[in-house]
Design a binder for this molecule. Structure first.
Ligand code: SF4
Length: 438
């Protein structure tokens, strides 16, 4: 009899990739992907605790399964991801949701299959959270969901301790993968037809610092020694470690997309210092200038947070002026939320929700203006996109250009996985619509 799985993923790209690893494990245990949560034999929540919203959302969705679990005692509910790694989180989950069957951590994924077996044979609740000293990162990925794009972890954890961020506490210190293993994984992906590889790490610029054998720019250079056409992306870069060697490598290798995601977080030096970001607004803008000198057509995206403790209107105005000066093609904007266990959570001067709301609206408005202005420059141009999927609702194929901008078009044959040229007829926000040019 077929057994089905259903995975609910919260948070960033790294978690989406982690869910691919979880799916691979479930498949090796004999499960196949279900069509809906209600019919699944195992439901896995891959949680994220970086932002309060994602955490609250996960708690709400787990709670909503109480009724289903009552009706189907044999259903297995598993909760993993970085939310479970917080101090006291496993106990909280057990108390709040006694019907949860398995609670697992971020770095014992390799034993997830055994946990399921144990649950099935003992019927007992399994709680297995990693201990930082014995973390083993799960690098075996047997199932991917995103052809022609693929994500490859190059490192785990973070050493930076930005004062608002929970990542170093729940993901541990930086651990870089062996460069030969990474290159082998990338080569296998390219050999099997993947066209776009995104290298993942919390701070890719410090890749290799813990190994001393290969730096991040050297890793990129080695990957780019493959001469066939493919795209290489990476995320995330901490501006404090973003240097000239890396910029030169981006400029010299056409496989590396001319799009850099460089999270600035704030434009006020006082706030940046309180955030423990270790750069000033001026230093950030100097790096942007250097990038644009070497790679003139480079686009830049960023993360910006508003409402950090003690942020004044003047601090916020400095953020707005940095946004204008850096001319981001788009930005991921967030409202600061208190993460318990972080330094910022204990700071005086927490900002009211009303002020945070007002600032985020003004920031989003400015970012949207910049995005629209850039989008308008696309009209009438012919661009190359990598066709990724077919949108049933629109009846159109879709794909991204090297700057990550989504383009829609019609075609009478399946072009997924191919680089195609489209002439842009109209733009809307960040997306583009065009006709096949060749
Ligand atoms: S660099 Fe800062 S924000 Fe990014 S993961 Fe590390 S501590 Fe968190």
């Amino acid at each position: 009899m077929n057994k089905y799985y259903w995975i609910v993923t919260y948070g960033c790209q790294m978690n989406v990739h982690e869910s691919e690893k979880i799916a691979g494990i479930l498949r090796s245990c004999g499960y196949t992907e279900g069509t809906c949560q209600e019919k699944a034999d195992i439901i896995v929540f891959n949680t994220c605790c970086i932002r309060e919203n994602a955490e609250n959302h996960a708690y709400g969705n787990i709670g909503a399964l109480k009724k289903l679990k009552k009706q189907r005692r044999d259903l297995i509910i598993a909760v993993g991801g970085c939310m479970t790694q917080q101090v006291g989180a496993a106990e909280k989950l057990k108390k709040k949701f006694p019907f949860v069957d398995i609670v697992f951590g971020t770095h014992n994924l390799s034993s997830f299959g055994q946990m399921i077996e144990k649950k099935l044979s003992t019927k007992k609740t399994i709680v297995d959270i990693w201990d930082k000293e014995s973390a083993v990162d799960h690098e075996d990925i047997s199932y991917r969901t995103s052809y022609p794009n693929a994500w490859v972890n190059i490192m785990y954890g973070c050493n930076n301790f930005c004062s608002y961020c929970i990542v170093p506490y729940v993901r541990g210190r930086e651990r870089s993968r062996d460069s030969e293993d990474i290159i082998k994984e990338v080569n296998t992906l390219l050999d099997s037809g993947y066209k776009e590889i995104t290298l993942l790490g919390q701070n890719v610029n410090s890749y290799g610092n813990d190994r001393g054998e290969c730096t991040f720019p050297q890793l990129l250079q080695k990957i780019c020694s493959r001469k066939e056409k493919f795209r290489l992306r990476f995320m995330t870069s901490n501006p404090k470690d973003f240097g000239e060697e890396l910029v030169r490598v981006i400029a010299e290798n056409e496989q590396i997309c001319n799009l850099v995601h460089l999270p600035v977080q704030a434009g006020s030096d006082r706030i940046l210092k309180l955030m423990n970001r270790k750069y000033t607004a001026k230093e950030y803008l100097e790096k942007v200038e250097m990038l644009r000198k070497y790679v003139p057509d480079c686009q830049l995206t960023t993360d910006i947070m508003v409402g950090f403790p003690t942020e004044t209107e003047e601090d916020f105005q400095q953020t707005l002026s940095l946004v204008k000066e850096a001319n981001f093609s788009t930005a991921f904007t967030f409202v600061y939320s208190k993460r318990s266990g972080t330094v910022a959570a204990t700071m005086d001067g927490q900002i009211s929700e009303e002020i945070k709301k007002d600032r985020i609206m003004r920031l989003v408005d400015l970012v949207n203006q910049q995005t629209r202005r850039l989008s308008a420059t696309y009209e009438g141009r012919t661009i190359e996109i990598l066709c990724e999927d077919f949108d049933d609702k629109r009846g159109q194929y879709l794909g991204r250009d090297e700057y990550g901008r989504m383009g829609y078009f019609q075609a009478d044959r399946n072009l997924i996985g191919e680089f195609v040229k489209i002439k842009i007829d109209k733009t809307s926000g960040v997306s583009l619509e065009g006709t096949l040019a060749e």
